[in-house]
Design a protein around this ligand. Structure first.
Ligand code: NDP
Length: 340
């Protein structure tokens, strides 16, 4: 059973060398009799920015830190290959919280959903129809409270979450602009994902001027994925009664508390009466079935597209994860461990 181990707590931006491949032991490919457990073969693993938070020795967050020397964990899509649990049979596909390894034995079924194979790619159950897609869905509809014709700005717009936010906003009748870190991503936002406009924030260092160009009348909704200088520039470009959904701040990942970029323009919230609302997708899980139904239908009807960046082989997972913090990924970063 090949595994990816977490080496030890880190500072700064994650690197490929923060994890290592362990060629592993021979294991019996069966679930122990009488255990109620079932054994899965991991097919697709998800690389997500929140995992950086588990690479530091800090216990106050919503997930505990990884244990040095133990298997990395994350969302995955897996196939049951042996089962001592009457609810799961060999061949079932599950979307679950699993180990970065070839095979995982499950003793409980928390955070686990059966996936009905249909014409949606299996890997989408950790992307478009998984946690990132759900984050976009609840962040946009529940937190941003959007109205038709509103002006929407999304940062990290080509990523796993941002690309769906922008497309939902377009379907809602909004004007949508995204920022991303390369011209290729900007091109995809405009020409494949249907954003009205997009810009490369690395080539427009005067972010305030860029936002004024794309939003001459200001921003009603900002879907915040990056923080730092972008947030500061957005704050002075918000409209009265605007909303900022604070989903994440990937630009500040790995920066110690004393070195975090200070935000200068927070006072703009007051005269503009802007609501700034941090949220976690996990507070809205009661909406998950409705999300899968609605977003799955939109995809099948061809009304939304989804960009995925697929690495192949378990050994490629550490580099795939590190790529999130340099912007190398184009779309949802996934690792294919096995196809079936
Ligand atoms: P992405 O697929 O968007 O990957 C991360 C992207 O962030 C990179 O591709 C890169 O794109 C951008 N990025 C990396 N470093 C920087 C930087 N220094 N400055 C600006 N952009 C940077 O990730 P997700 O879509 O999965 O996640 C987006 C955000 O949503 C993250 O902040 C994440 O933590 C958050 N999140 C929050 C959840 C919640 O419940 N609140 C749940 C899930 C995710 P580029 O080339 O454009 O720079």
């Amino acid at each position: 059973n090949k595994q990816i181990l977490f080496k030890g707590y880190i500072e700064g931006v994650p690197k490929e060398s923060d994890m290592e491949l362990k060629l592993g032991n021979e294991i019996k490919l069966e679930a122990p009799k009488g255990s109620g457990a079932f054994l899965v073969k991991n097919l697709y693993l998800s690389c997500d920015p929140y995992m950086r938070g588990r690479m530091r020795d800090f216990h106050g967050s919503y997930l505990p830190p990884f244990v040095p020397g133990s298997v990395v964990e994350g969302f995955g899509v897996s196939k049951v290959i042996d089962s001592d649990n009457p609810n799961f049979k060999p061949g079932d596909i599950v979307s679950c919280f699993t180990g970065w390894e070839e095979y995982t034995l499950f003793r409980n079924t928390e955070q686990l959903r059966k996936v009905q194979p249909d014409d949606i790619p299996l890997s989408y159950h950790i992307g478009l129809l998984g946690m990132p897609g759900f984050t976009a869905y609840v962040g946009f509809y529940e937190v941003c409270a959007p109205k038709r014709d509103e002006q929407v700005f999304v940062s990290a717009a080509s990523g796993a979450v941002g690309q769906l936010v922008g497309q939902l906003a377009k379907l809602h009748g909004c004007y949508v602009v995204g920022s991303a870190g390369s011209n290729q991503k900007v091109d995809l936002l405009k020409n494949k994902l249907g954003f009205d406009e997009a810009f490369n924030y690395k080539q427009e260092p005067d972010l305030d001027a860029a936002l004024k160009k794309y939003f001459p009348e200001g921003i009603d909704i900002y879907f915040e994925n990056v923080g730092g200088a972008m947030l500061d520039a957005v704050l002075v470009n918000m409209r009265v009664h605007g909303r900022i959904a604070v989903c994440g701040m990937v630009s500040q990942a790995g920066i110690g508390a004393s070195d975090q970029q200070g935000i200068r323009n927070l006072f703009s919230l007051v005269p503009k009466r802007v609501k700034m609302h941090g949220f976690l997708q996990s507070d809205y899980l009661h909406l998950f079935p409705r999300f899968v139904e609605q977003v799955g239908s939109l995809y099948k009807e061809g009304k939304i597209a989804y960009l995925e960046d697929m690495n192949h082989g378990l050994e490629s997972a550490p580099a795939a994860f590190a790529a999130l913090f340099t912007g190398k990924n184009i779309g949802k970063q996934v690792v294919c461990v096995a196809r079936t």
